[in-house]
Design a protein around this ligand. Structure first.
Ligand code: F3S
Length: 404
């Protein structure tokens, strides 16, 4: 891989120890993937924030890097293991909170914005089409590539931080045209009225065409009354597709920016009502929930408006948590939405997600409108799950049974 003088200086330690180690990571990655050069990135989105995942070893490493590491491009953070302000309301132990706050402070010393969200595109980090970025967090990566038309590989936490500190990334994979081209045509014939349906579609795609880049062609029923899915539905697909299929880009004909730019694949498959119903069934453990969670990926302002409207002031009888970014939460406070949801007994948490928060053993079963959320709630937090529309989630929170 060719390195310019700047990159060589960083490799020689002229930019400090953290930048030297970062450049070593980037060179190793570029060598493995046979990149010819490094390219500048406009932003980084860094995962590896929760103390539940990092532990003391990760905390110490970040504090060491923060001694001389400073970001070279605008950089934002993935969710932490708790709401950085209202962690006591989440029942987070004091010792966990103290270490979590040290992690976030270490990132801040490096110049990373403590956005703590998987939807940085709602929190001031929204790349334009064609821009190269270095993002980790699979749902954000897939949204950036597919919906925004930006270019990023699915970075891990260390490689995203290395890119942030050096302002560049190796030029391979989804930074290049070829790997972005659709490999399979998918005719979507099922109605997809909710984010949960788009998540179920992602799960079905993962089963039918794993690891392949799909070009979706929507029937009139699938496209909905507006003729194109709202951003929240594309967020749900962006979260589910990498989770169930390992793919970090998709195209939707007539909707996403690169859909018409590549040749239409010859091979194809149709996805109908039965495929989507099967995906819902596979994400239903048939257990009454004691937790309702919304906001995976972090809820948009529009979703918070819908939750407040669907609650309509009714009290919740089951734990209802809605996760969002602090940036969106502040806007929602201004609109009276957080007050309305919390007056009903729900909690609007910022900075965290239910997968990286230490919830194991606290809840038995969750209902959520996120297929990705179902997948991970079953894993680290060992919960039973049920995928349901936002309307059904809110009804479950106010006490309606599965049959109501
Ligand atoms: Fe975001 Fe956590 Fe879901 S990072 S996409 S809320 S699993």
């Amino acid at each position: 891989m060719q390195l310019d003088d700047d990159a060589r200086r960083l490799l020689d330690g002229a930019g400090g120890e953290a930048a030297r180690k970062s450049m070593e990571i980037l060179v190793a990655l570029g060598t493995i993937y046979e990149a010819e050069r490094l390219i500048p990135v406009r932003s980084a989105q860094i995962s590896g924030v929760s103390y539940a995942n990092l532990g003391d070893a990760g905390l110490e490493l970040l504090e060491a890097w923060a001694r001389d590491g400073r970001v070279a491009c605008p950089s934002t953070l993935n969710p932490a293991g708790m709401d950085l302000v209202a962690w006591r309301a989440m029942g987070i132990p004091e010792e966990f909170a103290e270490r979590q706050l040290r992690i976030v402070r270490a990132y801040e010393r490096m110049g990373v914005v403590p956005s703590c969200t998987c939807t940085p595109y709602f929190a001031g980090n929204r790349p334009a089409a064609g821009e190269h970025v270095a993002w980790s967090e699979s749902s954000a990566v897939t949204f950036a590539n597919s919906v925004l038309g930006a270019r990023t590989n699915r970075e891990g936490g260390p490689s995203a931080l290395a890119a942030a500190l050096c302002g560049r990334t190796p030029d391979y994979g989804l930074h290049r045209d070829g790997p972005r081209a659709p490999q399979f045509l998918v005719r979507v014939e099922a109605p997809l009225p909710s984010a949960a349906h788009w998540g179920a579609l992602g799960a079905a795609l993962g089963r039918l065409v794993p690891g392949r880049v799909p070009l979706l062609e929507l029937s009139a029923g699938a496209a909905g009354d507006a003729g194109a899915p709202p951003e929240e539905h594309l967020m749900a697909l962006s979260a589910a597709l990498p989770t169930f299929g390992g793919t970090s880009i998709f195209h939707v004909a007539g909707v996403t920016p690169e859909a018409g730019r590549h040749p239409r694949p010859a091979d194809g498959v149709a996805i109908g009502r039965r495929d989507v119903a099967e995906a819902f069934a596979a994400l239903d453990d048939g257990v009454e929930p004691d937790l309702v969670f919304v906001g995976c990926p972090h809820a948009s302002l529009a979703t918070l408006r819908r939750v407040a409207g669907l609650l309509g002031g009714r009290p919740v009888r089951r734990t209802l948590w809605v996760a969002t970014s602090r940036a969106v939460r502040e806007r929602a406070v201004g609109e009276g939405l957080v007050g309305a949801i919390e007056a009903s007994g729900g909690l609007v948490v910022a900075d965290t997600c239910f997968v990286v928060a230490p919830l194991a053993g606290r809840f038995r079963a969750a209902v959520t409108d996120s297929a990705k959320g179902c997948f991970y709630a079953r894993g680290p937090n060992a919960m039973k799950v049920r995928l349901a529309s936002l309307e059904e989630c809110v009804e479950a929170a106010v006490g309606g049974s599965r049959e109501s």
